[in-house]
Design a protein around this ligand. Structure first.
Ligand code: FES
Length: 361
């Protein structure tokens, strides 16, 4: 037949297997191809080898799951390092990913290899019926299942059962840890999220710097009515090589942001507020005590600080008392002093910053 000959099939041509019965068109059941035994079916040595390979994979899966749990609980989540061709990255997440992969792949490859080499692979045909099978057919099915169980030789290969059970049950543990605590193990190390959220990075002697430039602030440079967004030194701007990590900077911004205002000392009614400042310069947490929005709108004439989220208003002349809105307590004041002409924290915050519910734990 040449290449450009067109072959037309007559739809009335019947294949050799075509038969007619009951007036309906049917095809003969082609049946199953002959069963070909595998090496492990014929050679006990090959079966033993396959068993060892499967148990090794399940064993690797168990090691992966245990490695995940150890890394999750004991490795520093901020651990960073250089990886070839990728560059600097968070090694903690890499270790979690690799151990989880070993745990999952160990189970997956082990199960597939077990099925391909040792589990019975004889084809079983189940005729389909419209209704429930009769008792004899059900007994047949039960027989097929128990034959399958015997064929799987589980009674002869207890190590397979043990390692499969071990891999499956240990594999569940990392899942359980993540469901309960997410990927941040701090939830286990520090059981109080309230404490984590209300802890700030301010310490005695830490310089106040402008956010985001990181410029230290000279007390003498501030004029009356100055308002500056301030961070502890090292936490303004972006992450640097020898500074805190990105995550630490983000956490600091969420907990340690401060608003610095220079007022006329005579406008300040609270003696404590005056004492904790420097010549009318006062520093207050920017984290609203309602639900944590940044309080950043300062009205120079009235000395009111306004939270843009739900309009809580704080009176800066009276130790940031709430005078309007849903916030329930004043903004905490940061005690400041001067060292070498620059403003520094005289201490950390004396009370938790942020929403009141953070304190409840
Ligand atoms: S978060 Fe500030 S008023 Fe609601």
């Amino acid at each position: 037949m040449s290449d450009d000959e067109i072959v037309v099939h007559d739809p009335h041509d019947k294949p050799a297997t075509y038969v007619e019965a009951d007036g309906l068109d049917r095809f003969e059941n082609p049946g199953l191809p002959p069963h070909r035994p595998r090496r492990a079916d014929l050679d006990e040595g090959a079966a033993k080898r396959a068993e060892r390979q499967v148990t090794t994979m399940f064993g690797l899966s168990m090691l992966g799951a245990l490695g995940f749990i150890v890394a999750y609980l004991f490795v520093d989540p901020n651990l960073r390092g250089e990886i070839l061709l990728i560059g600097e990255m968070n090694l903690y997440h890499l270790i979690l990913g690799l151990t989880m992969a070993v745990s999952l792949l160990g189970i997956g490859f082990g199960a597939v290899h077990w099925a391909k080499t040792l589990m019975p692979d004889t084809e079983v045909v189940e005729e389909r019926h419209l209704q429930a099978s009769d008792q004899a057919a059900r007994d047949d099915a039960a027989g097929v299942l128990s034959d399958g169980y015997r064929g799987a030789q589980l009674h002869r290969r207890p190590m397979l059962l043990l390692t499969a059970g071990g891999a499956l049950s240990l594999f569940a543990l990392p899942m359980a840890l993540q469901v309960a605590g997410g990927l941040d193990p701090n939830i286990w190390r520090d059981p109080s999220p309230a404490e984590m959220l209300s802890r700030t990075v301010w310490k005695k002697g830490m310089r106040l710097v402008i956010d985001p430039s990181g410029t230290p602030i000279r007390a003498s440079d501030l004029t009356q009515g100055s308002v500056i967004h301030v961070m502890p030194e090292g936490y303004a701007g972006a992450h640097t090589e020898d500074g805190p990590s990105d995550q630490e900077i983000m956490t600091a911004k969420a907990t340690s942001s401060v608003l610095l205002v220079k007022m006329n000392p005579e406008d300040i009614k609270s003696a404590k507020q005056r004492d904790w400042g420097v010549d009318g310069i006062v520093a207050y947490s920017k984290i609203c005590t309602h639900v944590g929005c940044p309080v950043a709108l300062y009205e120079r004439q009235t000395h009111h600080l306004l939270c843009p989220c739900h309009q809580s208003t704080f009176d800066m002349t009276n130790d940031c008392e709430v005078i309007f809105g849903p916030a329930k307590r004043p903004l905490p004041q940061l005690r400041i002093t001067v060292e070498d002409g620059y403003l520094v924290a005289a201490d950390g915050f004396a009370e938790p910053v942020g929403p009141s519910f953070w304190e409840r734990g």
